[in-house]
Design a protein around this ligand. Sequence first.
Ligand code: SF4
Ligand code: SF4
Length: 213
Amino acid sequence: MKKPNKNLSKHLRFPDDEPRFPWLSLLLDSYAIIDEGLSVAIVKEEAGRNRELACKESCDICCRVNKDIPVYPIELVGIYWFATEKAEQALRETLKKQLSSHTKNDPCSFLINGSCSIHVIRPISCRQFNVFNKPCAEGEDPYHTRRDDVLTPIEDYTKKAFLATLPFYGITDEKEQIHFIENNLIHAQVVNLQAYDWKKLVKIMDDFDSKKR
Ligand code: SF4
Ligand code: SF4
């Protein structure tokens, strides 16, 4: 399900949507910073410690096993927008079904046929979860079984990425922004992707789909 972040990701843009949704540019900027930080960290690890990234597109165990996936409010808005307006037609009914019946012990609701249906807008925590040496075994959470194989993201990039999103929360003053980031206040905003009640999103997707008919 994951695309390895070995190479610098192309900065994804949505030129038709960004003028309508100013928060979207902030979110995409933030994801570009995260992806760049991951590329740097992975290259450094592979060269410095002579080990290979194990994450592959075909892997989906982390999306089935991990029950503690933090999502920030701007990311939540991004997921609502993408699922409603951009999710592939062929996946929409399955996605709505999964979101409607989701319980926190199920695999991630956005996982369809082993792939992330919101891949381009997946949260920072999903982007940053990368594992070296060997892929996860069925049921394994390598964070607990082999912490040393789990990538530690470069903090400067993570901070810079969160900083880029602060105007979304109404924080535009530079001093206030630094205070917010340095004191980790951004984390107070987080929700758990697995525990979140996605029924409101299903309703919005339904409304959007019925207007198209
Ligand atoms: S974290 Fe584990 S399951 Fe997920 S893509 Fe990487 S190796 Fe595969
Ligand atoms: S949003 Fe769900 S399916 Fe997508 S990468 Fe994250 S855990 Fe996996």
